[in-house]
Design a protein around this ligand. Structure first.
Ligand code: CP
Length: 305
């Protein structure tokens, strides 16, 4: 990858992923390693974020680096018409690394091609969210003790959910079986179904959110319906509350099942699930610090810590 950028999970090998998992573990065991002393990291968020931006910034701060950037593009010169290209060129003058979330699919790839410093994709439209995938894989590994041969059930907005798209690619090295639960309107895009066929990965698709599927799963990956991706809000209204996980639905689930969600949740996990020991989404978000410390350290060329 040009400039050590981190744009798509598809750019990573299985060894890359396993190395990042090991590094995340090392950072979790010892988070305050000052390997970024003297480095400046820019966080450019053209879309809203809580977890991704703040955990990236925590990762930089814990590693001894400093952060510049913006969380609201309307306060920047992009609101005067400055192009993404010029913005990237300018920030490349000021920082050692750019962490960028953008509403356009492919924006991170484009930025990586014109930048002299590494770009980390913090989400590009409905396309990819590769740093989320690293923390998801790390969470799966921590809770299951392995990444291999797991049954992963994904529920909700599989059409626009970029975390779903990235995680399918990231898990593909580890012989998973997938179950997908989505309304017809939010079905997983064909390109990902073709990808799984090409990798000989078994998958099943459902429109009903049944306990039968939950009970055959190791990971239940819930997702929010992505309101911001709909051009017709009447269509959003039709599907927004289509699936809600309630605590009672986990009664017959496997002992090792863990409920993951990239967050934010809107309505798709009832609050009574939060106290279930199988709910893991808040710990999952915490794991984002360690996974992102690992990603940043690699992007800046620290292959070992
Ligand atoms: N999971 C995630 O991307 O959350 P934020 O939108 O809050 O960053």
């Amino acid at each position: 990858m040009k400039n050590n950028s981190f744009v798509s999970v598809a750019d990573l090998t299985k060894d890359d992923i396993l190395r990042l998992m090991r590094k995340a573990t090392e950072f979790e065991n010892n988070p305050n390693q000052t390997i970024l002393e003297g480095k400046i990291c820019a966080t450019l968020f053209f879309e809203p974020s809580t977890r991704t931006r703040l955990s990236f910034e925590t990762a930089v701060n814990r590693s001894g680096g400093r952060v510049i950037g913006f969380s609201d593009a309307s306060t920047t010169s992009s609101s005067k018409g400055e192009t993404l290209k010029d913005t990237i060129k300018m920030v490349s003058n000021y920082a050692d690394l750019i962490i960028m979330r953008h509403y356009l699919e492919g924006a991170a790839r484009y930025a990586s091609e014109i930048s002299d410093i590494p770009i980390i994709n913090a989400g590009d439209g409905a396309n990819q969210h590769p740093s989320q995938t690293m923390l998801d894989l790390y969470s799966v590994y921590k809770t299951q003790g392995t990444l291999e041969n797991l049954v992963i059930t994904m529920v909700g907005d599989l059409k626009y959910g970029r975390t779903v798209h990235s995680l399918i690619v990231g898990m593909s090295y580890f012989k998973p079986s997938f179950r997908f639960i989505a309304p017809e309107e939010l079905r997983l895009p064909e390109i990902y179904r073709q990808f799984m066929d090409s990798q000989h990965l078994p998958y099943e698709e459902y429109t009903d959110f049944s306990e039968d599927v939950i009970n055959r799963s190791d990971i239940l990956y819930m997702t929010r319906v992505q309101r911001e991706r709909f051009t017709d809000l009447i269509e959003y209204e039709k599907v927004k509350n289509v699936y809600i996980l309630r605590n009672s639905m986990l009664a017959g689930s496997r002992q090792n099942l863990r409920v993951l969600h990239p967050l934010p949740r809107v309505n798709e996990i009832a609050y009574d699930v939060d106290d279930n020991t199988k709910a893991y989404y808040f710990e999952q978000a915490k794991n984002g610090i360690y996974a992102r410390q690992a990603i940043i350290s690699e992007a800046l060329g620290y292959k070992t810590i």
